[in-house]
Design a protein around this ligand. Structure first.
Ligand SMILES: Cc1cc2nc3c(=O)[nH]c(=O)nc-3n(C[C@H](O)[C@H](O)[C@H](O)COP(=O)(O)OP(=O)(O)OC[C@H]3O[C@@H](n4cnc5c(N)ncnc54)[C@H](O)[C@@H]3O)c2cc1C
Ligand SMILES: NC(=O)c1ccc[n+]([C@@H]2O[C@H](COP(=O)([O-])OP(=O)(O)OC[C@H]3O[C@@H](n4cnc5c(N)ncnc54)[C@H](OP(=O)(O)O)[C@@H]3O)[C@@H](O)[C@H]2O)c1
Length: 444
């Protein structure tokens, strides 16, 4: 690669940030990646189900190749946020010509229901981080009961069902879906993992209950039923007697229970389906009922972190409606709607731009396109002067203001220590579950 001409900060080293960093480096930029987690990868490391080992290994290898590029620096265990040691303005004032935010959708989407704070109510993200060994979630106890209601019908719901049915072996998992069987968002492949536990009698009964409502919205219940049942011939052999069932057309309105005994039920409002302009929406009927459960897990998508102090709309940071540097018609430029002004030199990509949308490949593509937008902007500005001096000064400040900053050499030591541990224990993969263990392995 040629000598760098530009300097860019990328905040967040998930798939969007990492693939963007590579594209920026290829375009002649020196890139400094800041990551809240110690290790890179974001949800590719700490979201994807642990048993998708080959996929994780492949992604880790690609991320390592990116981080091995000499034009890319990595600083893990560094959170950029308002009120923190490094704020967005620090990056802009320190000489970075542009900042690309790729912090994902790592905030919690609260539905603001009464009872949401009761013990036994969780958000899927925290459980996912727990079983994927992300500190500090890995160190917390999540008390799961016998009867767990999971709200939502996406692939995250199925990951949670996977954990509850095959790892935790709870008695019952009830998936609560606000629309109907035709609107579920999960994929057949993922359904194959837990389909063997589907309570077929309950499934038939629930279909019979919702079929008239589906028909009134112009849907054919038999078609939707096949989409569920198609997963069964290839379903994994059950390893537990967990009963897995669905409750459709039900929107949560309250969590029943008390602080002493925790959750006792999920109160839901029954819905009908309204179809307009090709979109099928749920409309409440006013009738409510209770679904007995001792644990409730919300798998309803996530939202961006409010701590970043960039305006949020629809769970994502807001982008400029009429961008100066569009790529394939998409805006990657950050916007302040209150001031009706772009946030100069700040760009967005991945789940930070579109929360909870798509697979790793989508985040990768988004990061790469955002990098193209940033490069267009940099070309309009011209090369930076005194680049090495700017980098040196910033690195010095980072080490002075932060304890235990993790760089590429530390990551190398950690990866060797984890590989040695895996070999010693005869495991395919091994991850330290606490920051202290990781820091010790890195020689801190
Ligand atoms: C439970 C779950 C399972 C999934 N399983 C699959 C799957 O099997 N296959 C698949 O293809 N896709 C899967 N996905 C989707 C995939 O993980 C995402 O598409 C992708 O990770 C999004 O990438 P991102 O870079 O935008 O955000 P993220 O992956 O969320 O990365 C964000 C990064 O930013 C860092 N960060 C956050 N805040 C800050 C801050 N303030 N300062 C500095 N750094 C910060 C975080 O530490 C993290 O490293 C799954 C998603 C979830 C939620
Ligand atoms: N194995 C995999 O490949 C894998 C695993 C996990 C995640 N992912 C990907 O990651 C992305 C995010 O997945 P996700 O499951 O979080 O999101 P998702 O696919 O958008 O599903 C979210 C679910 O929550 C429901 N929901 C949202 N708000 C609700 C509310 N207020 N009340 C009740 N229900 C509500 C949605 O219902 P409506 O449809 O009615 O809005 C939907 O069923 C997806 O692209 C997914 O494919 C992939």
């Amino acid at each position: 690669m040629e000598d760098p001409k530009y300097m860019v900060a990328v905040v967040g080293a998930g798939p969007a940030g990492l693939y963007a960093a590579r594209k920026l480096a290829e375009g002649g930029a020196r890139v400094v990646l800041f990551n809240r987690d110690v290790t890179p990868g974001g949800l590719a490391e700490y979201g994807i189900y642990p048993d998708k080992f080959k996929m994780k290994l492949g992604l880790r290898a690609q991320f390592k190749q990116i981080l091995d590029l000499p034009l890319i620096d990595y600083y893990g265990n560094v959170t950029v946020c308002c009120g923190g040691n490094i704020v967005l303005e620090d990056l802009l004032e320190s000489g970075f010509q542009a900042v690309l935010i790729t912090t994902g959708a790592q905030g919690t989407k609260w539905l603001r229901l009464p009872g949401e704070n009761l013990p036994g109510v969780y958000h899927a993200k925290n459980i996912v981080f727990h079983y994927n060994l992300l500190p500090p979630f890995s160190e917390k106890k999540y008390l799961l009961g016998k009867r767990v209601a999971v709200v939502g019908a996406g692939n995250v719901m199925l990951d949670i069902a996977h954990y509850l049915i095959r790892d935790r072996k709870v008695e019952e998992v009830i998936t609560v879906v606000r629309r109907g069987p035709a609107e579920v968002k999960f994929t057949r492949k993922e359904m194959e993992i837990v389909g063997g536990n589907l309570d077929l009698a309950a499934f038939e009964g629930e279909f019979a209950r919702v079929a008239p409502i589906m028909r009134s919205a112009g849907q054919d219940p038999a078609v939707s039923k096949a989409a569920f049942l198609d997963a069964l011939p290839k379903a994994l052999e059950p390893v537990s007697s967990t009963r897995f069932r669905f409750e459709f057309l039900a929107s949560p309105v309250r969590i029943m229970g008390d602080w002493m005994n925790g959750v006792s039920a999920l109160k839901v409002e029954e819905n009908i389906l309204i179809s307009a302009d090709g979109i099928v929406k749920a409309r409440g009927t006013g009738n409510t009922r209770q679904i007995e459960a001792d644990t409730i897990i919300f798998a309803v998508g996530d939202t961006v972190d409010r701590d970043f102090c960039v305006p949020v709309f629809n769970d994502a940071y807001v982008s400029v409606p009429q961008p100066h540097f569009p790529v394939e018609g998409v805006s990657f430029e950050a916007f302040n709607p209150d001031a009706n002004q772009p946030i100069e030199r700040v760009f967005l990509a991945g789940w930070a731009r579109q929360a909870s949308t798509g697979l790793v490949g989508v985040a990768r593509r988004d990061g790469e396109r955002a990098a193209e937008a940033v490069l267009q902007f940099l070309h309009s500005q011209g090369p930076i002067r005194d680049l090495d001096n700017v980098v040196e000064k910033f690195e010095q400040r980072l080490v002075e203001t932060h304890e235990r900053v993790v760089d590429k050499a530390h990551l190398e030591k950690l990866s060797k220590a984890e590989a040695a541990e895996a070999q010693k224990l005869g495991l395919e993969d091994f991850k330290f579950a606490t920051n202290d263990e990781m820091f010790t392995a890195m020689g801190y």
